[in-house]
Design a protein around this ligand. Structure first.
Ligand SMILES: Cc1cc2nc3c(=O)[nH]c(=O)nc-3n(C[C@H](O)[C@H](O)[C@H](O)COP(=O)(O)OP(=O)(O)OC[C@H]3O[C@@H](n4cnc5c(N)ncnc54)[C@H](O)[C@@H]3O)c2cc1C
Length: 361
């Protein structure tokens, strides 16, 4: 338990959202106190850490990819230096074509040039994958070792007496117009970065964060892969040699907090149709992504308690969204800029009437 202390902000949750926000605030010389209850299946640790500028069936560029991807690279590179740990791994993504029509469609995507390394019209990685029609090789892609990132942020905060591995208990929160108090900590405000656990938050539970279940496999291969293969599933390297994360399933209506036979079978089948190599399954994992119906993060403050803040809704793309969103959120807290409407909690105005005034006024 922290001793009596005064900070600028309390942060609840230290997944990708809380970690990036803590670094962004520390870069502005703000004092933070971070509370995070260790959880086995937190999304940020289950995530393969993939960043892919072009995803989905519609060949769509990720939201603000031209800004967000270079920003994420510079953020993680600086964090690597500050935390003396490597966790940012650029790597091309190769997506085999499944039809001649698709091959033609990709060749017409000149506006995606910044993200296209090369288009192969004949097999380029036939030893490892099924790519008789060739495929597209993407750049500005790769993966973040999210476990290494989060642990090094945690060590950094711990060394600074700014981290407590504790459950945040809402009953202990006292709110005044100009400050909040939690246990021994007094702060200007409190920022909730709880991922899907926000549904237990008495102040922000009306915000519609829908848990989207995902399962992954950890597999061992007989040889290393030169690129990230991605076709309906991906194979992303882990910190162990020859070991890859295969993912992920998307099951919006599955609330079961465990792995399933169905998830394993789906991933195994897709892996068999993508690669030509034998594989050995070592583990299966599950987690819930914090998604919002309009697929944009959600940030801002509570309509009645202005010093209670939300930073959530990173959905399926926490690795790239978290650094950029933490940056604009920290600048907004400092009064430097407005939050863009598309990520602003105010876009859910109709929900405001449902917001609880909360206790401890
Ligand atoms: C299977 C799967 C694969 C994924 N793959 C990718 C990928 O390849 N690339 C990508 O960009 N994204 C991926 N994602 C999405 C990514 O994981 C999320 O966008 C991101 O991790 C969300 O981060 P977060 O910090 O908001 O939430 P979380 O990671 O859930 O962190 C919230 C934290 O808050 C803590 N907390 C909550 N309530 C309390 C409380 N009361 N007291 C103390 N602590 C509390 C929790 O313990 C947790 O540590 C994947 C997700 C899943 C499930």
């Amino acid at each position: 338990m922290p001793i009596k202390t005064t900070v600028d902000y309390i942060i609840v949750g230290q997944g990708l959202a809380g970690s990036c926000l803590a670094l962004a605030l520390k870069a502005q010389h703000k004092k933070v106190a971070v509370f995070d209850e260790p959880q086995k299946n937190l999304a940020s640790a289950i995530a393969a850490g993939l960043f892919n500028p072009i995803s989905g069936k519609g060949l769509a560029k990720s939201w603000k990819a031209d800004v967000i991807f270079p920003f994420a690279e510079s953020f993680y590179r600086q964090a690597e230096k500050k935390l003396s740990t490597q966790f940012y791994f650029p790597m091309p993504i190769y997506r085999p074509f499944i039809s001649v029509e698709e091959q033609n469609e990709w060749m017409a995507q000149s506006q995606l040039d910044a993200f296209i390394e090369k288009i192969h019209t004949t097999s380029a990685f036939g030893e490892q994958v099924n790519d008789p029609l060739g495929g597209i090789l993407l750049r500005q892609s790769g993966y973040v070792d999210t476990i290494a990132f989060i642990s090094s942020v945690r060590n950094f905060l711990t060394a600074d007496d700014s981290f407590w591995a504790l459950h945040f208990n809402f009953d202990q929160l006292k709110i005044a117009p100009d400050k909040v108090c939690y246990e021994q900590v007094e702060a200007k405000g409190i920022i909730f970065c709880e991922g899907v656990s926000v549904r237990q938050n008495p102040f922000f539970s009306p915000v519609y964060i829908k848990p989207l279940k995902g399962e992954t496999l950890t597999v061992r291969l007989p040889q290393p892969l030169p690129v990230i293969f991605n076709r309906s599933i991906y194979l992303v390297p882990t910190s162990r040699p020859l070991t890859y994360v295969v993912g992920a399933t998307y099951k919006p209506n599955d609330n079961i907090p465990s792995v399933t036979e169905e998830g394993r079978a789906e991933l195994e089948e897709k892996l068999r149709s993508l690669i030509n190599l034998p594989f050995h399954i070592e583990h299966q994992h599950w987690g819930f992504r914090p998604t919002v119906p309009d697929r944009r993060p959600v940030m801002g403050n509570h309509p009645h308690h202005k010093n209670l803040y939300l930073f959530n809704g990173l959905g399926t793309k926490g690795v790239t969204l978290a650094p950029y969103c933490a940056h604009i959120f920290a600048n907004w807290l400092r009064g430097e800029s407005e939050l863009p409407q598309e990520v602003n909690i105010k876009r859910f105005k109709s929900l405001y009437s449902k917001f609880s005034l909360g206790a401890n006024l």
